[in-house]
Ligand binder design. Structure first.
Ligand SMILES: Cc1cc2nc3c(=O)[nH]c(=O)nc-3n(C[C@H](O)[C@H](O)[C@H](O)COP(=O)(O)OP(=O)(O)OC[C@H]3O[C@@H](n4cnc5c(N)ncnc54)[C@H](O)[C@@H]3O)c2cc1C
Length: 435
């Protein structure tokens, strides 16, 4: 039972970011009172591709939650096709000696399991409770929730792409050029020759670049399929060709059918935004004892669209850093964060100092690459900012399609043997998508 002086932490949002953060906080700050609220009652759906990469699996391992993944489907290969129709396939979970196995985990089930795990960790979980606003008070934040008002030492905004905590902190939403939009559906996808149910499929169509269409298989020929596109590209296509996101989704389905796939029983069509890491959204704001994580902080990988891993990893890192501060007897509650003017670059407050380097591994690499002179495939870029970097990714993906003969499928090793493709490049793209 938390004592009177125990830290009081509010986590807003019961998605993967919020639940992983709450569980890690309970582990790292065992005396803390951790409250998690979500406006939804679970099980609730979240529009997603449902792909859980190896990074997310490792985070769940670290939290002692790998058992949760047992019930989900683990496809064993990854297929990537370029706009020219050439396809590279990586088979098996091992690549360059690394275990890159991932899962397809319908969010309706995954998030419910994670919320249960947060409850088991003895976080106080309150469903059907909305965050409505907050203001600095009493060394923390005075928070208005739909079921009352309370004060917390720290508020963690893990409330997703349309974050209300972000708004309350006065942090601007990411620019549309750093935001993708995607439509997903569930359906049945089969092919007479290809093992659909065993393959994560990424199809880079000209009309969607630098994003892609995907088919992520579930058991029994079921699949999560969808398309993504940068919001400003969609706007341009709508203005020029009258195309909606649904039109692009239908074009992708037609494209799959042209390639021999059969798609049927489409249902639960839904749309959601993906604010991605090229936006470099601030995670804290002067004057607020609050931190943004996950989609609320726009940490989605701009190339792969993966966001679950980055949100969970950031939450765990934050908890570990706060735990280390607490164990070292260093204050992290209240303090400089509440006093505008004392927070400046180079003189961070304790919570700010505890923030994770939120873009571990490949995403950091991606964002770096997008912002600098080389793209993820090692080509020189002429331009620098994130949006233009996306143009370079597009060129890289188009390049992926070109070297091989038109048409037929080609595995990466076969391409290496024939010398018609560049498997190293294809595989590094696969690794990217898989982190
Ligand atoms: C179509 C699509 C496909 C994607 N595919 C993948 C994929 O295959 N793999 C992958 O890793 N990522 C994918 N992503 C990204 C991934 O879905 C997100 O990165 C991930 O859901 C972020 O988790 P989160 O916990 O930060 O936010 P969310 O999952 O959005 O959770 C936020 C929670 O906050 C709650 N909330 C919101 N407002 C309030 C409020 N005011 N008060 C209380 N609660 C509130 C919501 O109810 C929700 O439960 C995809 C995204 C889209 C749109």
């Amino acid at each position: 039972m938390a004592g009177n002086n125990a830290p009081r932490i509010l986590v807003v949002g019961g998605g993967p970011t919020g639940t992983a953060t709450a569980i890690a906080l309970r582990r790292e700050l065992p005396d803390a009172h951790v409250t998690l609220v979500d406006k939804a009652t679970f099980p609730r759906d979240k529009t997603c591709g449902d792909g859980l990469g190896p990074g997310a699996r490792r985070v769940l391992d670290g939290l002692g939650l790998s058992e949760l993944l047992r019930e989900f489907h683990m496809p064993m290969s990854v297929a990537i096709s370029g706009p020219g129709g050439v396809e590279a396939i990586a088979r098996g979970p091992l690549m360059e000696g690394r275990d890159l196995a991932g899962y397809v985990t319908p969010r309706l089930a995954l998030d419910d399991l994670l919320l249960g795990a947060a409850r088991d960790s003895r976080a106080e979980v309150r469903e059907g409770v909305s965050f409505e606003g907050m203001s600095p008070a009493d060394g923390g934040e005075r928070v208005t929730l739909s079921d009352g008002v309370a004060t917390f030492d720290l508020v963690i905004g893990a409330d997703g792409a349309y974050s209300g905590v972000r708004r309350a902190m006065g942090v601007e939403r990411p620019a549309m050029r750093h935001t993708h939009i995607a439509m997903r559906a569930y359906g049945k996808v089969t092919h007479p020759d290809k093992p659909v149910s065993d393959t994560l499929r990424f199809d880079f169509l000209e009309s969607l670049l630098p994003v892609y269409g995907w088919v992520f298989p579930l058991a029994d020929d079921g699949a999560n399929l969808g398309v993504g596109i940068p919001v400003n590209h969609l706007k341009r296509q709508t203005e020029r060709h009258g195309r909606t996101l649904r039109d692009l989704f239908d074009l992708y389905v037609e494209d799959l059918e042209r390639r021999g796939f059969s798609v049927s029983g489409l249902e639960r069509v839904a749309v959601h935004q993906l604010p991605h890491a090229a936006a470099r959204t601030p995670m804290t704001a002067p004057g607020h004892a609050a931190v943004l994580l996950g989609d609320a902080a726009a940490t989605i990988n701009p190339l792969s669209g993966e966001g679950i891993f980055y949100g969970m990893a950031a939450g765990v890192q934050l908890a570990e850093h706060l735990g280390a501060l607490e164990r070292a007897g260093k204050a992290w509650r209240g303090g400089a964060a509440r006093r505008p003017g004392r927070v400046r670059a180079g003189a961070p407050d304790p919570v700010r100092a505890a923030l994770p380097r939120v873009l571990p591994g490949p995403a950091a690499h991606a964002v770096h690459a997008l912002g600098r002179r080389r793209d993820p495939c090692g080509r020189r870029l002429r331009r620098r900012d994130g949006a233009r970097g996306a143009h370079a990714v597009r060129r890289a993906v188009v390049g992926l399609a070109r070297p091989a003969a038109a048409g037929g499928e080609q595995s990466a090793p076969a391409a290496a043997a024939s010398g018609t493709s560049r498997p190293g490049r294809s595989l590094s793209l696969v690794k990217f998508c898989q982190n």
